[in-house]
Structures are given as structure tokens and as C-alpha cells.
Design a protein around this ligand. Structure first.
Ligand SMILES: [Zn+2]
Length: 266
């Protein structure tokens, strides 16, 4: 990932950054107006932060990216495997203000900024430069075992005729395999969903609790659906190890803000 030059300390993927007429970014905690524990660029209206401060932060992001405030699509994320297509009908039905309940959105509409908000869950951006289709994914452990990344690629293929070999993917900062200790509730789902724990769960020794590698699990869903490994960029930045830069739910004991990844076709 690389830093952009603005005042919000936004980050970009190298692969998506090379595409003309595509705006994308990962936000950090920097440059906003929210007070601790939401300091400072908290974009989550569903947190207990001051409403006006979150709106001010969203306005700062709109200004820095040059995208109109009313063009951002923030979903109401529910840890599902569900994918929603954003077309002109959805826009006409007010999808931009209604926060649809979904964990992935896909669009071919220019000017719409698809957003995913996280604090330890994995934000994933996709773009097909041939069909000009963009997508964002919210993949926490539940979304990951529900195979939301597979579902999104399959929807891009089925609805828009995308060739997976054309799709570029960026896997953003999230809690990493270094820190993501999980209990039996999660490990059972992992075994059921993937049929194996090899690569998914890592144990330092026989007595330690397993760590779930969300980066591997989502990379695997991409390559299993024929996205090329060389088209996948993983930031490999752990939010818990870098909680001064990114909001981390675990590092903060659950009360914190949300950072975001967004993508907009110009
Ligand atoms: Zn870590």
C-alpha cells in the first residue's frame, strides 16, 4: 500500500492505483474531528460517537476525495454472506440514503462510491477494468465462513459477465493471523465451511488457542474462483498491532470508531 498526499492520511493499493478513472482509498484514524475513543476520523454512524462529528468526518472524506457527499453508499453491515447489486433502480429507490442491509455491494455505475466500514474485519475492494465493475466486501469471521468473497466474485461473473482473470483485488488492513485468537465457536464454523483447518487456523503450540488467518481465507476464496494470485494485493497490516493508525475493536475493548475502504468509478 502507499500513502496519498492529502490531510487525511489515506492509503491506496498499488494495483488499483494504476487504473485510470478509478478513485479508491483506505482511511486511517487521522485527520478527523471525533474525540477519544473515536479519535479521530470515525466514519461509523452506528457507533456511540457524536452524530454531527461523524457527519463532519464523512464530509472531510468527501472533500479530500472529490466525490460528492451524497454519492457515498454506506451499507448497514450485518455479518452475512449477502451481496447486493447497486444499479440505477436501486439508486432510484433511494439506496444511497437507506443503508441497505448487506455486507457486499457491486456496481457498474460511475460516480457511486461503494464503502465498507471496519475495525478488525477485513475490507476488500474489487475492480474489473474490462467490464468496469467495482465491488466492496465486509469480511469478518462470519462473512468469511459464509464465503462472502466467493459470493461476490460469482455475482460479478453472473450478473455483469466479468472474467475473474481480469479482476483486481485489494485486501485491506484487518486483524491479522498474529493477533486473531478465536474460540471453539469460530473453529467449528471454519471446519464446516472449508472442510479443513489447514492454512485457516494457526497454532503456535499444542496448548495455545488457534488464530484464524482471515487474509488467507479470503485470498483462497479469490483464487478458488479463478482470480489470479498476481492480481491480489494484501496490505498485511494488522489493525490490532497498528491500533494507533487503524481502529481496532479488540485493541480497544470493543468501543472504538470505524475506518473505511471505498471505490468509485469516475
Ligand atoms: Zn497483529
Amino acid at each position: 500500500m502507499k500513502k496519498t498526499g492529502g490531510t487525511l492520511g489515506l492509503l491506496q493499493f498499488e494495483n488499483l492505483g494504476r487504473i485510470p478513472n478509478l478513485v479508491h482509498f483506505i482511511t486511517t484514524r487521522s485527520g478527523g474531528v471525533s474525540l477519544p475513543p473515536y479519535d479521530s476520523l470515525n466514519l461509523g454512524l452506528h457507533t456511540a460517537d457524536n452524530f454531527d462529528k461523524v457527519l463532519a468526518n464523512r464530509a472531510l472524506l468527501a472533500k479530500e476525495t472529490g466525490i460528492g457527499k451524497e454519492k457515498f453508499l454506506y451499507a448497514s453491515q450485518v455479518h452475512s454472506g449477502d451481496v447486493k447489486i447497486i444499479d440505477s433502480t436501486a439508486i432510484g429507490n433511494g439506496v444511497l440514503s437507506q443503508n441497505p442491509r448487506t455486507d457486499a455491494t457491486i456496481t457498474a455505475l460511475p460516480g457511486i462510491c461503494l464503502m465498507v466500514m471496519v475495525a478488525d474485519c477485513v475490507p476488500i475492494l474489487l475492480f474489473d477494468p474490462v467490464k468496469k465493475v467495482s465491488a466492496v466486501i465486509h469480511a469478518g469471521w462470519r462473512g468469511t465462513v459464509y464465503k462472502i468473497t466467493s459470493n461476490t466474485i460469482q455475482a460479478m461473473v453472473g450478473h455483469f459477465g466479468c472474467d475473474p482473470a481480469d479482476i483486481l483485488a485489494g485486501i485491506g488492513p484487518s486483524i491479522g493471523p498474529c493477533c486473531y485468537e478465536v474460540g471453539e465457536d469460530v473453529t467449528e464454523f471454519v471446519t464446516q465451511s472449508f472442510g479443513t483447518t489447514d492454512g485457516y487456523l494457526i497454532r503456535k503450540n499444542d496448548t495455545s488457542k488457534p488464530h484464524f488467518d482471515l487474509w488467507y481465507a479470503n485470498q483462497k476464496q479469490l483464487t478458488d474462483n479463478d482470480v489470479l494470485p498476481e492480481n491480489i494485493e494484501t496490505s498485511a497490516l494488522c489493525t490490532m498491532c497498528h491500533s494507533e493508525t487503524f481502529f481496532s475493536s479488540r485493541a480497544s475493548g470493543g468501543v472504538t470508531g470505524r475506518f473505511a475502504a471505498g471505490v468509485c468509478i469516475l
